[in-house]
Ligand binder design. Structure first.
Ligand code: MG
Length: 270
């Protein structure tokens, strides 16, 4: 949720600030922000560049890649068209070819026409094989649940950034447990389980939204609760929303690709 221009300015400023503290700069070559609020319940600021970079885990060659949808899944994208999607600026204007969709810079983010409650989502993405930019400007997109809760998509292969903004981060709130990114251009699988926030009849929050995220077969979050809506450089309290919402894919000006997207509603135990 950060523009490239803004990010470059910050990195430039951060680079100047770190020039006098080389040892720290070596440990933390990319610094985020020092003027942001602390994340509720944590000792770290939002987009804290001094937060440790995640341990790298090399994923297996495939996990759920090209996984066919189960019988009760809703197929959101089978490689042919964007009929299940609309644009946040009107039509879903992303490119579709060769079985994938690709972010069209300036077309805006896209979101599903249908809304979902608690769900299990499968999708695959590939960040650009031709590497351009760095930090938040490299392969940035995102799975923004209900347009509120972002699970970050980024090229995090040898691309340090503030940890709560790397691939798999609950953006601005929790970095992933580890860095399981594949190389630029390689297809990566996301399996995401989401439980929506709940409120009682008086409008009191009774359950925070939580997410379980598996990237390329590696667990990044296990029912981790969002602290509230995702913000760039800020924190925000929960605001009551409907129990269902769309799945949004972010246009962050980088031609990131998606394929094989399906979703299942999660039922209740008896
Ligand atoms: Mg993003």
């Amino acid at each position: 949720m950060l523009s490239t221009i803004t990010n470059r300015s910050i990195l430039f400023a951060a680079g100047l600030a770190l020039a006098s503290v080389g040892a720290i700069a070596a440990d933390h070559p990319t610094v985020g922000y020092t003027d942001t609020p602390f994340i509720p319940g944590q000792k770290w600021r939002v987009h804290d560049g001094t937060r440790p970079q995640r341990r790298v885990v090399t994923p297996g060659k495939t996990f759920s890649h090209l996984a066919p949808p189960p019988s009760d899944a809703t197929v959101l994208f089978d490689g042919h068209d964007l009929s299940k999607w609309k644009g946040t600026k009107g039509e879903a204007g992303w490119k579709v070819e060769k079985g994938y969709m690709e972010v069209a810079d300036g077309a805006g983010s896209i979101r599903t026409k249908e809304e979902f409650g608690d769900f299990q989502l499968h999708l695959e993405f590939a960040t650009p094989s031709v590497v351009k930019g760095d930090s938040q400007g490299r392969g940035n997109s995102g799975v923004i649940i209900y347009g509120i809760y972002e699970v970050q998509v980024l090229d995090s292969y040898n691309n340090p950034t503030y940890p709560d903004g790397q691939v798999g981060a609950m953006y601005g709130q929790f970095p992933p447990l580890v860095n399981a990114a594949k190389a630029p251009g390689e297809w990566q699988s996301y399996d995401i389980i989401f439980e929506s926030a709940q409120w009682d009849k008086e409008g009191k929050l009774t359950k925070k939204a939580n997410v379980t995220v598996i990237l390329n077969g590696v667990l990044l979050h296990n029912r981790k609760e969002f602290t509230g809506p995702v913000k760039h450089r800020d924190v925000a309290p929960y605001v009551q929303h409907a129990p269902k919402g769309p799945i949004e894919l972010q246009d962050h000006h980088n031609p990131t690709r998606f394929r094989n997207i399906w979703i299942r509603s999660v039922g209740e135990y008896d």
